[in-house]
Every structure is written in structure tokens, then in C-alpha cells.
Design a protein around this ligand. Sequence first.
Ligand code: PAF
Length: 280
Amino acid sequence: MTVCSDLNTLNGYLESSRAAGLTIGFVPTMGALHEGHLALVQKAAEENQTVVVSIFVNPSQFNNPNDLATYPRTLESDIELLSRIESVVVFTPEIQHVYPESDDFQPIELNGLDRVMEGTHRPGHFAGVVHVVNNLFQLIQPDRAYFGKKDYQQLAIIRYMVEKRNLPIEVVSCDTIRSDEGLALSSRNMRLTEEERKDALHIYQTLLRVKELAFHYTPEEVKARAIEFFNEANLDLEYLEIANAKSLQPLTAEWAQLSVCCIAAWCGDVRLIDNLELTN
Ligand code: PAF
């Protein structure tokens, strides 16, 4: 397995892959890898002959300095996990590679996708995500890029950016991977105590409750009942929204054919997000 942090080595590798007619799959990550990331890398390896996995904790997407400081960094074990999958190049860029002085990135209007849920509660977060993903796309120029549905809003925004900028990249989504009890896998779970891990299960239980009620009552009524149920647990709800799965705008009276329920909550001092798609 190749691990590189310099652009020359990366470019040499990418050029020889392209010259041999191989497709390049790309999985951007911030490290602290878990089975959810590995599922993305596995899928990328099934669909491409070369897979680049970037590991870069992107400062510009953290609106909370403490969150950035405490974000888990586990490079050695990340590399060990990735070494089990064939054809993977691990790219661990320095900040000046991702954000060079010559950076001419122009922010894009995100059609309201960034003005709800995470966008409201984490100001500047999506501007940072779009910037870093755009710059990594420029460096790697993949044929396909892989994102998990766990970050539902991020996925919608990246799809929109690719479409709007007309980038020749196929965005591939992968389902959320959960623990046996239903907790969505996340790098942040590493920071949960055993007790908090149990409390956190209530997030998925609430999503399942929403799924049971969906389409029998209005979205507004389901939301109210779900919040009541959620608040029985030892968690602090930041938001619970029922939205149109494409536009991400909140639903009140009518369901969309594909709707989604998204939750963000604090479990102790760890912020978790999760979601579930809802179809009739
Ligand atoms: O989902 C993440 O881990 C990050 O937001 C991403 C896409 C790697 C950009 O830093």
C-alpha cells in the first residue's frame, strides 16, 4: 500500500493509473476510520482499479475550536485498517497542499441546502466542507467519489456542487453502517463512555419511531411526537427535522415521496447526528 503526503508522489501514481486506463475512486476522510469508512473504501475498490483515501482533518469546517482540538487522530491504526484493502493509496496532505497560496476557490450558492439543520447550527461548516472537497477533487481528479448517507446533508451538498460546477465525477453514496444495536458508526463514538453509548441508542430508536408514524400523520405531528419520545432519554436534542430528501427543506403538512428525518443531539459533550429516509 502506498502512503504519501507529497503531491509529486501522488501525481506520479495517478498519472500512471490514468495512462494504464484505470479508473480512480476517491474516498475523502478526516481519519479515525471505522467500518463505515471501510465500507466506502471497499465499494470504491470494487468499482475502480485505483482508490485514493485522503486523511485530512480540515480546520475550516469546524465552527467549534474544541471540536477540532478533540477530534480523534489515529493515523497509525487508520493505515493499518486500509492496508487490508487492495489498490489503496493513502494521501495525508499537509495544509499547504490543500489550501495553497494560489487557491482560487470561489464559493458557490447552495440553493438553500446549507441554510437548514447542520447549516443553521454549525455556521460556516458547509463552506469549509465544499472548499476542502473542491480542492481535493482538483488535486485527485477522480472518476468517482464516495460519501456516506450518515452525513446526509453533506452528501446532498456535494452532489449539488458537482452538478452545478459540471465536474466529471460520479458521486456514489453508501448506506449508514450501524452497530448491532443501531448506533450509527461515527469517529466521534470513540469519545463516548459506555453509559453514553447506551444513551445514544435512543437516537436510532427515535428514527424508528418516526418511520412507524410517517405517512399516518402529518410531518408536523410526527415531529412533535418524535421530540416528545426523544426527550425521555438522557440526551440534549439540538434539532429533529423532517424534510424533503432532495431539497432538505422542512415538511409540515404534506409528505414528500422521499422524505428524511435528521437528528443532531449531544450525548454528554459529544455531538452526534443520524438520519433515516422515509418512503410511503
Ligand atoms: O465527512 C467527512 O469526514 C468530511 O466532511 C470530509 C468529506 C472528509 C471533508 O473534510
